[in-house]
Design a protein around this ligand. Structure first.
Ligand SMILES: *Cc1c(COP(=O)(O)O)cnc(C)c1O
Length: 206
């Protein structure tokens, strides 16, 4: 992974996504040392999945990035996130919401997959009522597929739910389906492998 490669992939994604979409680099597989390459490449926002990694990387690169939390948030890790992050994408529990002091997106489990976090769509309303001002938008991870078009109905559903609840932020789309997510109104995309390894479909996109 070189800074020049990452910079070029980032440029292509920006070009396709347009100015209204924030690109969050999902850095769970990026080592402490390699974070320097991302900074050099012009990455501005990084999303970490684990509080421990967040702390470790923030200690070295705190000023180089804006930090988001995108992984399963345990309530005993909220303190760390409050201190280091500007946004949580993956809120899905009352125990975390009660302690959280930074803005959050509510993760919605649209397909009801037992293996994934997220609240059911019919729980959104009560979450918003219980934590006024905390939740700015919605996030989803649709069922895995290697056909990006299959994610479209899920993204569309999330956008509809957000509109119904007057929420503006939509975090949806990963390396393999971010273009579809952008077409469906994503305001934040979370991309890892396509940025760091340059998968074929993103090369075509540019
Ligand atoms: C890893 C991860 C991503 C990015 O996945 P890629 O396929 O590497 O783009 C996005 N969102 C979450 C929550 C992740 O854990």
């Amino acid at each position: 992974m070189t800074a020049a490669d990452v910079r070029e992939r980032l440029r292509r994604i920006r070009e396709v996504a347009g100015p209204g979409v924030e690109i969050v680099a999902a850095t769970k597989y990026v080592s402490l040392e390699e974070m320097a390459v991302l900074s050099e490449a012009g990455i501005e926002i990084v999303g970490e999945n684990r509080a421990q990694d967040l702390e470790r990387k923030h200690a070295v690169y705190g000023d180089a990035f804006r930090w988001h939390f995108i992984g399963h948030l345990q309530s005993n890790k909220v303190k760390v996130v409050n201190r280091l992050c500007e946004l949580v994408h993956s809120l899905d529990s009352d125990s975390s919401a009660r302690r959280l002091q930074v803005p959050a997106l509510l993760e919605v489990n649209l397909a009801g997959e037992g293996s994934k976090g997220g609240v059911a769509p019919d729980e959104i309303e009560s979450f918003l009522e219980r934590y006024p001002g905390l939740i700015r938008g919605l996030m989803t991870m649709p069922p895995f597929t290697d056909e990006p078009e299959r994610s479209r109905p899920w993204f569309r559903r999330l956008r509809t739910l957000a509109a119904q609840h007057q929420l503006s932020a939509l975090s949806m789309g990963t390396s393999q389906d971010w273009e579809v997510a952008v077409e469906e109104g994503a305001t934040l995309i979370r991309v890892g492998s396509t940025l760091f390894e340059g998968k074929a479909h993103v090369l075509r996109a540019g």
